[in-house]
Structures are given as C-alpha cells and as structure tokens.
Design a protein. Structure first.
Length: 247
C-alpha cells in the first residue's frame, strides 16, 4: 500500500522541529496541499526512487545504481529528449528534482535495451480484487482528512486528495467534509462533485444549488462561488486538470 503524505503530516514534522522529510517514489503520494505547506514551513522534501522488486522478491537496484551496459549504443539526443518529455509529462510540475528525472531516464534506457517498454515509474497500486495494470483502488474507510487552509483561518474543512497527477492521471479526485461552514472560492479548473452525505450548498450569481446524497454537480472553470453547508456535508470531487491547486 502506498504511503500518503498530507498537510497534517507536514504539520507534525514542523511541530517536531524537523526540516527534512525523505520520500520514496513511487511508493509515496504527496498531496498538492502538503507540497505547498512544506514550502511555506521551509521543510525540504527529499525524493528518491525506491528499488524495484522482481516477482521472486529479489530486489533490483534503483536506477542510480544500474551500470550502463557496454553493449548499449549511446542514445541519440532526440531519443533522450523524447524520453525526458514523456517522463516530465507524467509527473506533477515541480514534484521531483532533476536528479530523479535523470535516474528515471537511465532506467527507461536500460529497460528499453532489455526489450521492456520504457515507463516513467512502476504501475499504480492494484486493488484488493487483483485489478489490472494501472488501476488504483482507494477504500473510503481508509481516507484520512487534513485541514484545507483555503477555506480560511476561521473554518475547519477537511480535505483528502486520493487521485493526483502522481498517479499518471489527467484528473484528480478526493474527498471534502465539514460542518456548518461557508467560504468563497474561485475555480481555475473544472470540477464535478458527488454528494455522499448531508447537504452541499453552492451559491453563484445570487442563486443557490443544494446537492443531496446521490446528486452530481458540475462547476465550470472560472466560476466564482461560495461552498457551504448549514449542517454537514461529505462529498467526492473530481477535477480537471489534476494539478488543480497550481492552476
């Protein structure tokens, strides 16, 4: 199971006086909110590529430890540029250092020379039922919320990003939950909300849309709205593009 680093994780590191957090890729997911908070609190996220294991359980050295094969010809500059572009496109903007990208490029070249399709990282986590390559299964009962600071200092709003750009997805998904709270928000992305519990009130241009359990609400990019609930609400959101917090 992948490790999730949220804003709450960063707050705990800061409270403990730690200024450095080591992160193994692709076994760890860092929420966009956690990255933003780490920058604000001057906590360095040190990312590295974890060793890959074969089906037999034998560890394969990380990309940085794989020697260049003497029989492999030097890659053409255009090939290197194409591999780099493919890798960068699969990763969240600014999520990894240039050193890690170079490691992934070397790994892709080694796999290509061995007759294996080049990929930026390992497959996303499979679900408990044994779903195929690239499928990630998030169990709702395992979701843990961190505080969404974008709602304002006086409001307590829970946020949990569960699908992000680090999963090689063009869309993001997550959960939000709060009680008796309203806050303004302007969307720089498209969003679909599926209400799971309670009432979701969305005020826009003098009108209010009220979503109840099972309802689906679409909010187009550029909308200046007010999210809220006079009681409580829990809903699933899906955004496009995936890096919604950086739009």
């Amino acid at each position: 199971m992948k490790k999730l680093i949220t804003a709450e994780t960063i707050r705990q590191q800061h409270a403990a006086g730690k200024q450095r957090l080591e992160v193994e890729l692709p076994a760890t997911i860092i929420t966009p909110e956690a990255r933003t908070l780490a920058t604000q609190l001057h906590i360095e996220l040190v990312e590295s590529v974890a060793p890959r294991k074969e089906k037999t359980g034998t560890a394969v050295p990380a990309a940085s430890a794989i020697p260049h094969r003497a029989e492999r010809p030097a890659p053409h500059p255009e090939e290197l540029a194409a591999i780099r572009a493919a890798i960068v496109a699969r990763l969240p903007k600014g999520s990894v250092s240039d050193d890690v990208i170079e490691q992934l490029i070397r790994k892709a070249l080694d796999e290509k020379s061995a007759g294996v399709a080049a990929v930026a990282s390992g497959p996303a986590e499979a679900n408990a039922e044994g779903a195929g390559y690239g499928i990630k299964h998030v169990k709702g009962s395992s979701v843990q919320f961190s505080r969404f600071d974008g709602a304002g200092a006086g409001n307590t709003v829970g946020l949990s990003d569960v699908i992000t750009a680090s999963d090689h997805s063009p869309m993001a998904a997550g959960y939000m939950a709060w009680s008796n709270c309203f806050f303004p928000w302007t969307l720089t992305y498209d969003e679909i909300d599926v209400i799971l519990e309670g009432e979701l009130h969305i005020r826009h241009q003098g009108k209010t849309v009220i979503g109840l359990p099972g309802d689906v609400i679409f909010i187009p990019k550029g909308s200046a709205i007010e999210f809220g609930s006079p009681s409580n609400v829990r809903f699933l959101y899906v955004t496009y593009p995936a890096d919604w917090q950086n739009q």
